[in-house]
Design a protein around this ligand. Structure first.
Ligand code: UGA
Length: 360
């Protein structure tokens, strides 16, 4: 960073982590350090762009730190949140749904917009606080949308409806759409849990009772427990001594990331309740091997040998194409809990599995 800035870079992007601090608030230590470090070497016309997910007010905070740390007075500062998803980040960067720029300086807004001239997307230039809020509101909305569909899925189970049919009927309404309406074990990963917690803290600081978002977070926690109940039921009412095969540990498919993974959290509860776990994940690698309370194996079939129940926790595509007759015949009991609704219930039942999905 220092080298680029010293050569007179016109734009400097801050893309440092903002992990969740012990009190649930975003820890701004990395961003403060980065601002202090670059301040003395910024060229006079430089614009510092913040891509990290930071609470409302942080762009102004970076501006203040830069000046205190010796940046020349006409350095510009802007918020420029990113909306990249793990696993599709390059595509999301090249073809974003929108570009958001938050600055109090119209000239900075124009210069930053120019950077995105080759990108086919609406560009929204707004004030820093609104740009920062766009990022949190977007993640919190998506998380709430998933919590909502999970709640409907849970209700579907009680009234004999099928969540997939329900989502099909809902999604055709363009005001609702199909995206982020896939039920499962609850949302996780390095963003939604951290960002919803940070937004709840922002609300608390502002004296606003954000009951809706708090409810979405609580429902999400409960969803983990509901999945554990399904596994316990499949094991005949107790997990003590049950052999549980797990497919998938990452927080979603097409990533090797285990941070805040629902799969890891569910596995931990199962182990706590006395289950013996053998897990397979195609990508989690060494990080999975370091998890305690479960044995990680290199093959999905090996995970199922002699198991009482198979639990699908991550929606890896490769799981669809396995030899399920081989899987069923290697298990002690052909019980399956598909927390991602990845597999076809009718096909699984034909093979002899007792199949439990989510909301169908
Ligand atoms: C999320 C946002 O989607 C990005 O737009 C944002 O830029 C990013 O956070 C961030 O703040 O950096 P990501 O964490 O990669 O991206 O993961 P998502 O694809 O959004 O999935 C989050 C969780 O929701 C996963 O556990 C996933 O399995 C779950 N999910 C997603 C569902 O349970 N159902 C769905 O329909 C969609």
């Amino acid at each position: 960073m220092r080298g680029a800035a010293a050569t007179g870079a016109e734009f400097v992007f801050l893309c440092v982590p903002t992990p969740q601090g012990p009190d649930g608030r975003a820890d701004l230590g990395f961003i403060d350090d980065a601002a202090r470090e670059i301040a003395p070497v910024l060229s006079p016309a430089a614009v510092v762009l913040n891509k990290s997910t930071v609470p409302v007010g942080s762009t102004r905070r970076v501006d203040r730190i830069l000046r205190e740390a010796g940046a020349v007075t006409d350095v510009g500062v802007a918020s420029n949140p990113e909306f990249l998803r793990e696993g599709t980040a390059v595509r999301d960067f090249l073809r974003p749904s929108r570009v958001v720029i938050g600055t109090d300086d119209a000239a900075v807004g124009v210069r930053v917009s120019e950077l995105y001239r080759g990108v086919y997307a609406p560009v929204i230039v707004t004030d820093p606080a609104s740009a920062e809020m766009v990022k949190y509101a977007s993640n919190a909305f998506l998380a709430t949308k998933i919590s909502f569909v999970n709640a409907i899925a849970n209700l579907c189970e009680s009234v004999n409806a099928d969540i997939h049919e329900v989502v099909l009927g809902m999604g055709h309404d363009p005001r609702i759409g199909f995206e982020f309406l896939h039920p499962g074990p609850g949302w996780g990963g390095s963003c939604f849990p951290k960002d919803t917690a940070a937004l709840l803290n922002t609300a608390e600081d502002a004296g606003y009772d954000f009951a809706l978002l708090r409810g979405a977070v609580t429902s999400n926690d409960n969803q983990r427990e509901l999945m554990v109940t399904k596994v316990r039921d499949a094991c005949g009412g107790t997990l003590t001594g049950a052999r549980v095969a797990i497919w998938g540990l990452t927080f979603k498919a097409n990533t090797d990331d285990l941070r805040d993974s629902p799969a890891v959290e569910i596995a931990a509860i199962l182990a706590e309740q006395g289950a013996m776990l053998r897990a397979y994940d195609p990508a989690a690698g060494d990080a999975a091997a370091a998890l305690s309370g479960l044995e990680v194996v290199a093959d999905p079939y090996e995970a199922c040998a002699d198991a009482d129940v198979l639990v699908v926790l991550t929606e890896w595509d490769e799981f669809r194409w396995l030899d399920f007759e081989r899987v069923a015949s290697s298990m002690k009991r052909a019980e399956m809990v598909d927390t991602r609704n990845l597999l076809d219930p009718a096909a699984m039942r034909r093979i002899g599995f007792s199949y439990r999905g989510v909301g169908r």
